[in-house]
Write a protein that binds this ligand. Structure first.
Ligand code: FAD
Length: 117
């Protein structure tokens, strides 16, 4: 069986991947309803995250850095910044946020092109 540290790291990896990918696919010009959906997702993510200590720390970070949901770029940069705050606490390297949208390509760009048609 894998060690608890390895399991916790794998959960973190998978969670961050989904988190950043969702932010990178958030609409460029979100409607109030779309903003609410993302706000609800982020709040629920913090509430249900299964590592209790992580969830508590993340909730404190959310208070300090409230989600910025005015556009895709803004939301993706906010997500990158808050992950960097977690990195800082865990003594990990700071991530370069300048290519955040390209870094989290879901492979579903075609869906968006179809929506615009
Ligand atoms: P991760 O931090 O998991 O990152 C995965 C990949 O994302 C990296 O390899 C890199 O390619 C990329 N990345 C790194 N930084 C960024 C960024 N700023 N923006 C975008 N992409 C980036 N672990 C604990 O031990 N204690 C905690 O309190 C804790 N709190 C957590 C809170 C949350 C909400 C989450 C989701 C995870 C938490 N974790 C915590 C887990 C921790 O953040 C890492 O996921 C875990 O330590 C594995 O780290 P990693 O080095 O593999 O990279």
């Amino acid at each position: 069986k894998m060690s608890n540290e390895t399991l916790k790291a794998e959960l973190g990896n998978a969670s961050w991947k989904l988190f950043h990918t969702i932010l990178a696919r958030y609409p460029e010009n979100p409607t109030p309803e779309q903003k609410q959906h993302l706000a609800d997702y982020i709040r629920s993510f913090a509430l249900v995250y299964p590592c209790g200590d992580c969830a508590r720390h993340f909730a404190v970070l959310l208070e300090k850095y409230p989600p910025q949901l005015s556009s895709r770029k803004t939301a993706a940069l906010w997500g990158c910044h808050i992950h960097n705050q977690v990195n800082l606490r865990l003594h990990k390297q700071e991530y370069d946020c300048s290519t955040i949208l390209e870094d989290y390509d879901c492979g579903c760009g075609q869906d968006e092109a179809e929506e615009l048609q």
